[in-house]
Design a protein around this ligand. Structure first.
Ligand code: R1P
Ligand code: MN
Ligand code: MN
Length: 398
């Protein structure tokens, strides 16, 4: 029996979705903007990269075809197309769950762009149950900015930093040793419980190290406390069918550990590619590997670092031949994304975009699958490929 691999390039959208205007994202295009910035020289950084975007392998597979960009290159080598999201939000869990065949049929709770952003009753409940002396932040913010602004006071007072974004999230940053990593995780579990009635998708622990605003760094001990997916996912169906599901990076957290057999954690895109290759190496026939490459989003998209994003794409592209070489004759590997995060767009939030689908394997015949009406077509196709059936949502493109 064949195997399947999904690699989510977190935030790698390829153009505004038809409903992008509803999200304030008309005109956003993560891939297109990076391409343009590279072309014009705006994505040059000494010692990092320069010139036009160099992604020969993604190009060969059909990324430009999927994005509707004319190229002088030949025919695409992968099944190629793009997909729209039916879930009404542009966050990570919604995107991943829809890819896995469980779109979100309701609106998430979010916190207003006011100061304070969190309801006093919520903060009171969390404080009563966690013995913290108070909180800092209490607003919408970029996680790295707020660390510079509030980190030193947090260390001095022992008050953790609470912040949010347009996503359905409560993020809590605290120092790994001064506050304590385990204590932060316990605090997040408490917060998770009190966020449930507000329909908040995720509470995220954001531990950091360092001793001053200039040296604070967020660590790889980030942990997402997610509510479970709203329906049966491809991962659930695979494990129920006796298959092994390897979850690489934050996949297990995103799926609230449901439908996951083995967790492989790693820090940084290149280590995550290594972990993905390790999982492919261990997967047996009928198994599923699901991997998330978070740096595109967390380190470059939200930071609006277009040169960094371009360099990260080039670095991933250079690893693609290794991934292709790791595939057995019957395998199917799908590259896609969960939402956009255009590094040239105003603000620091995700952008509502269509995502690429590049599906390849030694015996997969390339063809154009056009614009898919749901990310769920990916899960449906993999379900068919793995002989698990298409699932409730989505139409197989195989
Ligand atoms: O600015 P940072 O802390 O990276 O936060 C980002 O990460 C969150 C979860 O992915 C998003 O909601 C966005 O706000
Ligand atoms: Mn994401
Ligand atoms: Mn994000």
């Amino acid at each position: 029996m064949p195997r399947a691999i999904i690699i989510v390039l977190d935030s790698f959208g390829i153009g505004a979705a038809p409903d992008a205007g509803d999200f304030g994202d008309a005109g956003a295009n993560t891939f297109g903007s990076i391409l343009k910035a590279c072309e014009s020289g705006a994505a040059t950084r000494t010692g990092l990269r320069s010139g036009p975007l160099h992604i020969p392998n993604l190009k060969r597979l059909g990324l430009f075809h999927a994005a509707g960009i004319e190229t002088d290159g030949g025919a695409a080598e992968a099944i190629h197309g793009r997909a729209r999201e039916i879930s009404r939000s542009k966050d990570t869990p919604s995107g991943h769950w829809e890819i896995a065949g469980a779109p979100v049929p309701f609106e998430w709770g979010t916190f207003p762009k006011t100061r304070p952003a969190f309801p006093a009753s919520l903060i009171r409940q969390i404080m009563d149950d966690s013995h913290i002396p108070g909180i800092l932040g209490d607003r919408h913010a970029s996680g790295t900015d707020i660390l510079r602004e509030e980190g030193e006071e947090s260390v001095r007072t022992g008050k953790p930093i609470f912040y949010t974004s347009t996503d359905s999230v409560l993020q809590i940053a605290a120092h790994e040793t001064h506050f304590g990593l385990e204590r932060l995780m316990a605090l997040c579990e408490t917060a998770r419980r009190h966020c449930d009635p507000l329909n908040i998708a995720r509470v995220i622990a954001r531990p950091f190290t360092g001793e001053s605003a200039e040296t604070f760094r967020r660590t790889a001990n980030r942990r997402d406390f997610s509510v479970p997916p709203p329906g049966e996912t491809l991962l659930d169906r695979a494990t129920a069918g006796g298959r092994c599901v390897f979850a690489v990076g934050k996949i297990a957290d995103i799926f609230a550990h449901r439908g996951v057999s083995e967790v492989l954690k790693a820090d940084g895109n290149m280590a995550l590619v290594d972990a993905t290759l390790a999982a492919i190496g261990r997967a047996r026939s009928g198994d599923l590997v699901v991997s998330n490459l978070v740096d595109f989003d967390m380190v470059y998209g939200h930071r609006r670092d277009v040169a960094g994003y371009a360099a990260a794409l080039e670095a991933f592209d250079a690893r693609l031949p290794e991934i292709e070489a790791a595939l057995d004759p019957g395998d199917l590997c799908v590259l896609t994304a969960d939402h956009g995060c255009d590094p040239t767009f105003p603000g620091t939030d995700h952008t509502r975009e269509e995502v690429p689908i590049l599906a390849f394997g030694p015996s997969i015949a390339p063809h154009d699958i056009g614009v898919r009406t749901s990310f769920a077509d990916i899960g449906a196709s993999i379900g068919v490929h793995l002989d698990l059936g298409p699932g409730r949502f989505g139409t197989s493109f195989l």
